[in-house]
Design a protein around this ligand. Sequence first.
Ligand code: FNR
Length: 184
Amino acid sequence: MTTIFGLSGSLRRGSFNAGLLRAAAELAPASAAIKVGSIRDVPLYNADEEAAHGIPQAVQALKASLRAADGLLLVTPEYNNGIPGVFKNAIDWMSRPASDIAGLFGGKPVAILGASPGGFGTVLSQNDWLPVLRTLGTRHWFAGRLLVAHAGSLFDQEGDLIDEGIRERLRAFIAGFVDFIEGR
Ligand code: FNR
């Protein structure tokens, strides 16, 4: 079984991006399972805290889930044409200590997707992740692209994806990422 660790970069109840991740987990092909993680309990990064107390429990749990997974799925919102701070903060924490980066992120297959109510569907925040992931040494899946625009009409009040067309594109996106991980 191919395992993918999925993170959404929103803390919002009814988040489009959290809903997109839940739908991805539902639509994964039979050979794969997406484990949905949460950045909710990750504190703000503070080097003094790290020096005094080490890596927080919530961050250790995220690192363990990523270590156990064959791939990483980042479902990113876009704030001010870039990565939302809470999401970047979580990945920054997961990159500590730096001596763990190569073992944890190095060569790890990564795919990015995202949803926003605007017309561009997080294209700029998806781009914004690229230098971060290059720094961490991940192996990016570039063949698929999913920019979910006008999200307000595609998700319900709970943030569940209700648009059949996007569900089908999401199914194909995840299947393509799984093929990449499995070497096809
Ligand atoms: C936004 N939003 C937004 N959307 C977008 O497509 N491009 C952008 O640059 C921004 N900028 C932005 C800044 C800030 C501070 C906020 C709070 C919001 C709108 C954003 O896409 C919307 O709030 C989504 O609903 C966020 O994703 P979740 O929480 O639904 O997953």
